[in-house]
Unconditional design. Structure first.
Length: 146
């Protein structure tokens, strides 16, 4: 083995652990949380039906989840303040929940504010399990914010 080969092996041995370690650090691990996606907004006569896809990434089931929600009109004014009961959210499972708002056309709703969890119950859940790191997104023209 030449001196050059020995130097190259020594340099590789020193650099490789650092490269592997930096790759592992760059991968982010998401903390357990609830995610809510506004998936669809459908006109049902003179009402608007909103469909939400909800995911609980906690290791425990959420037995009851109710969120205070505000619907804003196209002028940015509060159109309705309500409580949406997302019911039970099993750990690691996706659920779809639909809510119908009579007398409110979908075209009149510009954004939906998830104001926070009014109820969040489940055995072994952290106290802020439904609010902490809550992820929101919308697949509709309505904005979903929190």
């Amino acid at each position: 083995m030449t001196l050059r080969t020995c130097k190259w092996k020594a340099l590789t041995a020193l650099m490789l652990p650092g490269l592997v370690g930096s790759a592992a650090v760059s991968e982010t691990v998401k903390p357990p949380a609830v995610s809510i996606e506004l998936s669809a907004a459908d006109a049902i006569g003179e009402a608007c039906r909103l469909s939400f896809v909800v995911q609980n990434s906690h290791s425990q089931d959420i037995a009851s989840s109710v969120y205070e929600t505000v619907l804003f009109n196209v002028d940015g004014q509060v159109a309705q303040l309500t409580l949406l009961d997302f019911q039970d959210l099993p750990a690691g499972r996706m659920r779809v929940r639909q809510f119908q708002f009579d007398g409110l056309a979908c075209d009149d709703i510009s954004r939906v504010l998830i104001n926070g969890a009014d109820t969040c119950e489940g055995e072994g859940l952290p106290q802020d399990a439904c609010d902490k790191d809550l992820t929101l997104r919308s697949l509709t023209k309505m904005e979903l914010i929190g």
